[in-house]
Design a protein around this ligand. Structure first.
Ligand SMILES: NC(=O)c1ccc[n+]([C@@H]2O[C@H](COP(=O)([O-])OP(=O)(O)OC[C@H]3O[C@@H](n4cnc5c(N)ncnc54)[C@H](OP(=O)(O)O)[C@@H]3O)[C@@H](O)[C@H]2O)c1
Length: 344
């Protein structure tokens, strides 16, 4: 007899829907693999309505509603705020996929705290809580013997945290260096092609990965949040994004970019974490890299992180031109890890 495992989804945007599509396609194989009958029993959104159905929401219908630009009601639309919905969901796990608030990680942090209070396991794709409250949330989960998984928060479904946790036992991460922000990478690349800064931003917005207000990317905040997450999880840091020494790319001119190319170099926005006098330090800054350097080959939406360890030297991971499915997969892989751990 398969055990029921109920999910409460916070957010039904691009990431959440990509996850739901994978879950729908693999519903039977998840049952077979894990012995769990996984159902989504609650969905919260900000403006598209909220649903609770303890028998399991019809996900196909919910996805269709969004495609038709309708609210996700089936019979009646619930007027619940997200915290009340979490309480009413009676779910076994919460998946936090609401919009990122880079400046404080809220209200996602309060949703995760509520879930732990109610004895629910948590997966987050939202990096805000990891960047702002990783240590405290992780401790809450440990104290209550609950799982807290967050692979999608940096490089989507590409294993970064899991790589270190599961495949490098006994290795200490001494430092890391990465290119982790698509918008800045894309904008500099467009400037390399001769486009000016404004049209490069417009193009990034047209391609759908720069926000209407791109300043969070351009000023290095998104990169700082990812740097914080890596520094805290992989190196035991206790940083928040404001502790990161941060320089964005707003001051970089077309002349800077073309001068770099003339010198056979490229400008890349680098995220870095390292130890200094025993303290974990995080930095985000534009750097000139040789064209022959692997960092120079990371194009537009691709990303790279190089992890330097004591026993395994340097390991490089590249995510090549990700689509939204990779984000959905990151959440799905955390779900499978969670169910696998429950079976141990
Ligand atoms: N997209 C990616 O490739 C990707 C990759 C890695 C991580 N992530 C992270 O995953 C999260 C979701 O990203 P996304 O691309 O799916 O964003 P999105 O398309 O903007 O969707 C966000 C969803 O969250 C809902 N929401 C916002 N505030 C809420 C609240 N207080 N309570 C309940 N629901 C709320 C929104 O509702 P409304 O639509 O009604 O506003 C929407 O359904 C973000 O934190 C993002 O940083 C995304």
């Amino acid at each position: 007899m398969d055990k029921r495992f109920n999910l409460c989804l916070i957010g039904f945007g691009n990431a959440s829907r990509a996850f739901c599509k994978i879950l729908l396609e693999h519903y039977e194989s998840v049952k077979k693999m894990t012995g769990h009958d996984v159902r989504v029993t609650a969905i919260a959104t900000r403006s598209k309505g909220s649903l609770v159905d303890k028998q399991g929401i019809n996900l196909e219908n919910a996805l269709l509603c969004i495609e038709k630009n309708e609210k996700i009601h089936e019979t009646e639309l619930l007027d619940l705020n997200t915290l009340s919905l979490i309480e009413q969901s009676g779910a076994d796990a919460l998946i936090e996929m609401s919009a990122l608030s880079i400046k404080d990680g809220q209200p996602a942090i309060s949703y995760i705290e509520k879930a732990f209070d109610l004895g629910m396991h948590v997966i987050t794709a939202n990096k805000g809580p990891i960047a702002w409250r990783y240590k405290a949330l992780n401790k809450m989960a440990e104290d209550k013997n609950l799982q807290f998984l967050y692979e999608t928060t940096v490089m989507d479904g590409t294993p970064v945290f899991n790589l270190v946790k599961y495949t490098l036992p006994g290795c200490q991460v001494k430092s890391f260096k990465g290119i982790l922000n698509s918008t800045t990478n894309f904008v500099i690349e467009e400037m390399e092609k001769g486009n000016d800064y404004e049209s490069a931003i417009k193009q990034a917005q047209l391609e759908g990965f720069a926000e209407a207000d791109p300043s969070m990317d351009i000023d290095g905040w998104d990169a700082a949040a990812k740097t914080t997450a890596l520094a805290n999880v992989l190196m035991g840091g206790d940083l928040t994004p404001i502790d990161i020494e941060r320089t964005g790319i707003g001051h970089i001119t077309e002349t800077d970019v073309s001068n770099a190319l003339k010198d056979d170099k490229k400008i890349k926005l680098i995220c870095e974490g390292y130890f200094e006098y025993g303290q974990v330090i995080g930095r985000v800054y534009p750097q000139l890299v040789e064209r022959s350097d692997i960092f120079a080959t990371i194009d537009a939406t691709s990303s790279l992180v190089s992890i330097n360890t004591d026993l395994m030297g340097e390991i490089l991971i590249i995510e090549k031109n990700p689509e939204i499915q990779q984000t959905g997969y990151g959440i799905y892989s955390d779900l499978l890890t969670m169910l696998g751990n429950l079976n141990k």
